[in-house]
Design a protein around this ligand. Structure first.
Ligand code: ADP
Ligand code: MG
Ligand code: ZN
Length: 628
């Protein structure tokens, strides 16, 4: 169909004109009402929804403000800073739950969407008839025009949040040396794209950063932009989930257009798995996602590296990505961002301790040793918790005590009041934890016990903190055996002392069963069944299950072997605790008195306890090869 001529104006066009007139007059009204006032646009930092959730979960949020109907939410932080994010529709309820569960008493309010005014009552009163009319017209238009207005609104938001010039550099990233090395090449390219293209060097068009959440992938991507001083455009995969048809794709298109104009630039697609999931494998309703993904692929293919635009994507689920994304010319360079090792943790702590005065008694080295498995985000959170505690205690520096308490909090969740426990329950928990601790202490291959407590944290009524002396990449059969006995120590202590065990050991038993099963079916650690893996993994790893590939007869042998491993561990725990009954009693009493026992108190209680060498375990004679 052709365009409408002057004499034949279509009804849509007429409505458009009407709308424009209405908008103009309302703008005039607003101007008249508020003219002269400075526009009260808050300095709010835009953050990803996931970051907002992390902030809430790390208890630094004081208040949140929901914007009615827009899905926008603003949060005020303890630091006084204000951040803003958009809630993906599917997460609304969940987010409210998260807020309510927070141990901070977060103040929750709702506000109308902003229209530029501060004095709401007057404003709403004056323009409400106008708003009503606009809404009416908008609804008619929308019906005729199928979401075009929605798309426009979204595009405007993109424009608003457009590019960013990050101030972070590689110096802000610690303990990810390999990733930094890989990315330095990208930085060099962005600093001088011509130099590279003139000698025909092939620079990867896209880099995929993958690794567990909190390991600094977003930080690394921003650091590349900060180092090269180029604009940084962000898309977050999760934004596209459940969006209006076509919005995702058009947003991608706009963003690429803008980045091309500003080149050299970086386009960062965070949480790319949310859009980049294997196509065709999912449920209904992912059409939008596929459209967005297709658009992304189309745009990437339409680009030449010489334009100076580099793509960086991040995911913690590289396994579920659509293979099309990883083809040459797309995200063909993949960089692993792993959890830091002890030295990496030390350096991350040093980076984040900058600006937080640490007391003289604090050894960053020791904290690094005590935090195996922590990511950069966990460590940042730990230091922040410690600083908050120090402030609450009116200290001028962050001391060892604060870090210690923060560590407990971060590892096991915030303390819960223990006053609801009866005296008998307290004793049961005390004996249970003492049982774990004593068995763990005397067995030579169990991790050293650092702390024992009967103060409930998270779901646990009491807890025994055993930490390895170094990061482990694998475990031996003796270590697994000792671990099982230690896990059963709690339950066995209950049996020995009270003769009437409780449900408190459910989680311990679950872990013991899992270890025993893996020893038999995966690690070849059952002499009777030998060096085989039983069962075959099926499906993608996020929905992995095991299919049986052995006979019924073998299945019952496997069950027998598992049962005998567990029984062996239980007998060891029983032998140890019967032998050291006086220490068990002493430790339970100490727990009732102090509730938490630290390393110093534990050393006193354990003094003189001999190492226990388990005798009944199956062994394989080591074969000594003749090396003559
Ligand atoms: P990811 O994107 O991998 O989930 P982020 O980049 O969002 O992780 O990390 C969150 C925060 O954790 C960062 O802003 C930073 O404060 C801290 N962090 C994570 N990794 C590191 C690191 N290697 N060095 C310093 N800080 C880190
Ligand atoms: Mg991230
Ligand atoms: Zn237990």
């Amino acid at each position: 169909m052709g365009r409408s001529t002057l004499g034949f104006v279509s009804s849509t066009t007429r409505l458009r004109i009407l709308l424009t007139l209405l908008a103009l007059s309302s703008a005039f009204l607003v101007f008249v009402t508020f003219g002269g006032d400075d526009a009260p646009v808050d300095e709010r930092r835009d953050v990803a929804f996931s970051e907002l959730v992390t902030l809430v979960e790390s208890d630094v949020v004081l208040a949140v403000e929901f914007e009615q109907g827009t899905g926008m939410v603003a949060a005020t932080l303890e630091s006084g800073e204000s951040v803003e994010s958009r809630i993906p529709p599917a997460f609304g309820d969940q987010f409210v739950d998260t807020l309510l569960e927070s141990s901070n008493q977060i103040e929750i309010t709702t506000v109308p969407p902003p229209a530029g005014g501060r004095d709401w009552a007057t404003f709403v009163f004056r323009i409400s008839p106008l708003v009503l009319m606009i809404v009416l017209v908008w609804m008619i238009l929308r019906r005729m025009n199928g979401g075009a207005a929605q798309r426009k609104k979204f595009r405007d938001r993109t424009r608003k949040t457009g590019a960013e010039l990050p101030s972070v550099t590689f110096d802000d990233v610690a303990g990810s040396d390999e990733a930094v090395t890989e990315l330095s090449e990208i930085r060099d390219f962005l600093l001088d794209p011509k130099r590279f293209s003139s000698i025909g060097a092939r620079i990867p068009k896209g880099v995929l950063l993958y690794g567990p959440p909190g390991t600094g992938k977003t930080l690394l991507a921003r650091a590349v932009a900060g180092e090269a001083q180029v604009p940084f455009y962000t898309l977050s995969g999760s934004d596209f989930v459940e969006m209006y048809a076509g919005v995702g794709a058009s947003r991608v298109r706009d963003l690429f257009e803008e980045a091309k104009k500003e080149a050299p630039a970086i386009i960062f697609v965070d949480e790319i798995d949310a859009v980049g999931r294997h196509r065709g494998g999912g449920s209904a309703g992912n059409e939008e996602r596929e459209q967005t993904l297709n658009q992304l692929l189309v745009e990437m293919d339409g680009f030449d590296v010489s334009t100076g635009v580099i793509f960086i994507a991040a995911t913690n689920r590289p396994d579920i990505l659509d293979p099309a994304l990883l083809r040459p010319g797309r995200f063909d360079r993949q960089v692993a961002v792993d959890r830091p090792d002890v030295d990496g943790r030390r350096r991350i702590l040093e980076v984040h301790a900058d600006g937080k005065p640490l007391a003289a008694d604090v050894s960053v080295e020791t904290i690094a040793r005590r935090t195996p498995g922590f990511t950069g985000a966990d460590l940042a959170n730990l230091l922040n918790e410690a600083a908050l505690l120090a402030a609450r205690r009116s200290r001028s520096t962050v001391g060892h005590a604060e870090l210690d308490d923060a560590l407990d909090r971060v590892i096991a969740g915030p303390e819960k009041g223990s006053n609801t426990l009866s005296e008998r329950e307290k004793y049961i928990i005390a004996y249970h934890e003492a049982g774990h601790a004593i068995v763990g202490h005397v067995l030579p291959n169990a991790d050293p016990i650092h702390k024992v407590s009967i103060i409930a944290r998270g779901k646990a009524l009491g807890w025994t903190l055993a930490l390895p002396e170094r990061d482990k990449v694998m475990k031996s059969r003796s270590e697994l055996g000792d671990e099982m006995a230690m896990l059963l120590g709690g339950r066995i202590a209950e049996e020995i002392i009270f003769g009437d065990p409780t449900t408190g050991a459910a989680n311990d038993l679950e872990r013991v069963s899992a270890i025993a099963r893996s020893m038999v079916t995966e690690y070849g650690m059952s002499p009777a069944l030998g060096l085989q893996k039983f069962g075959r993994s099926v499906g993608e790893s996020y929905a992995a299950s095991t299919a049986r590939n052995y006979s019924d007869e073998l299945a019952s042998k496997i069950d027998d072997e598992i049962a005998s491993l567990v029984e062996l561990a239980a007998n060891e725990a029983r032998e140890i605790l019967t032998l050291h009954r006086p220490v068990l009693d002493r430790m339970a009493e100490a727990l009732i008195e102090f509730e938490t026992l630290d390393t110093g108190q534990l050393t006193e209680i354990f003094a003189g306890l001999p190492v226990f060498e388990p005798s009944g375990r199956p062994t394989v004679e080591p074969v000594v090869a003749d090396l003559r």
